[in-house]
Design a protein around this ligand. Structure first.
Ligand SMILES: CSC[C@H]1O[C@H](OP(=O)(O)O)[C@H](O)[C@@H]1O
Length: 249
């Protein structure tokens, strides 16, 4: 098993990485079960890169049904040590408008009922990992430098609020999250980040802002549609391969 220079987890609207060459599909089954779909390993800028679609390539898994443990364990078993998570998000604060790319440095977990740790089964070691900075600072720095080199604007700070979904939030929930200090809202940021830490993986998140969160935009009564979400993700994704190339090149 060779080294993987970078593993990418794609979220809503990002089901493949077209830039990868010489792609091979791997179907690992982990101690925690199978991941969301095949892990596709190919080359980019001459480096080995893995890609996994978090919700499955046909987007068949809602956020609370994703086997986050299997996804991360599969990437690790295949040789990944650093993981860049792409997360489609709603923007809550003014610096996070639709189509912005935002790399959070903090998160708040509002999810419930998900398996959120490796220490579930009897006999496994009890882990109390440090999580004060939930994203790996060195990887965040690499992404920031790459974005600058590539000339792609990203917001380098923010707090990601992870909600349970799959429904979107109420205006009151978003107002509370804003008071709590959240800049972004998504449904998959946890337990993924916590599990990555337990597995000893470097992990950072690049949030792709797809919409204003409920009540947060200039028109507080705007209805959030999947058409809007997917169109904005597609537009904002334009800069992501350039960032990846600059990270790897
Ligand atoms: C309105 S789309 C909601 C859906 O998109 C995000 O997924 P991901 O983080 O995997 O890109 C969000 O968390 C929800 O799952």
């Amino acid at each position: 098993m060779g080294v993987i220079d970078l593993a990418i987890i794609g979220g809503t609207g990002v089901y493949a990485l077209a830039e990868l060459a010489d792609v091979e599909a791997h179907q690992p089954v982990t101690h925690y079960g199978p991941p969301s779909g095949p892990v596709r390993i190919g080359t980019l800028e001459g480096r080995r890169v893995a890609f996994l679609a978090r919700h499955g390539e046909g987007h068949s898994l809602p956020p609370h049904r994703i086997n986050y443990r299997a996804n991360l364990a599969a990437l690790k078993a295949l040789g990944a040590t650093r993981v860049l998570a792409l997360n489609t998000v709603g923007g809550i604060t003014a610096q996070c408008p639709p189509r912005a790319l935002v790399m959070p440095d903090q998160l708040i977990d509002y999810t419930w009922g998900r398996i959120s740790t490796l220490c579930e089964e009897p006999g496994t070691d009890v882990l109390h990992v440090d999580f004060g900075d939930p994203y790996t600072q060195s990887l965040r720095a690499q992404v920031a430098i790459a974005a600058e080199r590539a000339g792609v604007a990203i917001v380098e700070q923010g707090c990601y609020g992870a909600t349970q979904g799959p429904r979107l939030e109420t205006k009151a929930e978003i107002a509370r999250m804003k008071r709590d200090g959240c800049d972004l809202v998504g449904m998959t940021g946890m337990p993924e980040a916590g599990l990555a830490r337990e597995l000893g993986l470097d992990y950072a998140c690049l949030g792709i802002v797809a919409n204003w969160a409920a009540g947060a935009g200039p028109d507080p009564d705007e209805i959030i549609t999947m058409d809007e979400v997917l169109a904005n993700v597609q537009a904002a994704m334009d800069g992501v391969p350039r960032i990846l190339r600059a990270m790897l090149g």
